[in-house]
Design a protein around this ligand. Sequence first.
Ligand code: Z5A
Length: 209
Amino acid sequence: MPRGAFIAVEGLDRSGKTTQVTNLETRFQAAGIDVKLLKFPDRTTAIGKMIDAYLRSQSELDDHAIHLLFSANRWELATTIERLLNEGTIVVCDRYAFSGVAFSAAKGLDLDWCRSPDVSLPAPDVTLFLDISPEKARERGGYGEERYEKEELQRKVRTIFSKISGEFSAEKWVTVDAGRSQEDVAADVWSFVEGFAAGVHSPLQRLWT
Ligand code: Z5A
């Protein structure tokens, strides 16, 4: 039996990640396919609650410490992700380790150091990067109140995402123009993932190994 596909969706604030992952969940479900939506950070766990307090500026943490917490928050779910995939369920993830690297490196941490705590996490079969300019994102109701929701930081994050994308093949990392209508973006996203509906025959890979 093929395993489920692991699909990550990445992008800047307001790029439409939540909109698109929810749409994907609906489409897979309508096709009778088991799908599980995950979101990082997962703010429900003990570690996630610390991250949530930090993002809402209710606590202060060293940049390295918060980076490690984001990574630990993914490791908390690594076994679950693997189990779901082996059971044949498609896992769709709203942000993953690439956000971890991009945001911490944008704050000035060393890129290789940022990668290290996430090495050997389950690797997505495909990552869809929803690309949008910070100006266009701002038109979508402006940025929120959380710590990283500032145009200058988002600009740096976009540059680092672009650098990360260069490390992957065109099949593993797909950049989608997210500055268009929800329907146009959804059509593109679906065209890139519908082939995964039938499952994946190759073994699950490990991140950055
Ligand atoms: N972070 C980190 O530092 N390290 C890590 O390891 C991880 C994360 C995993 C919280 O993320 C912060 O954590 C994040 C990165 C950091 N900081 N920032 N920025 P989050 O995922 O909880 O928050 P978010 O990315 O800021 O989510 P968001 O604002 O909800 O954005 P979104 O999910 O991409 O967009 P959306 O909710 O689907 O849409 C936003 C609005 O635009 C909404 O009104 C939609 O109706 C509208 N929309 C969506 N698509 C369109 C189109 N195509 N056209 C027009 N309007 C649209």
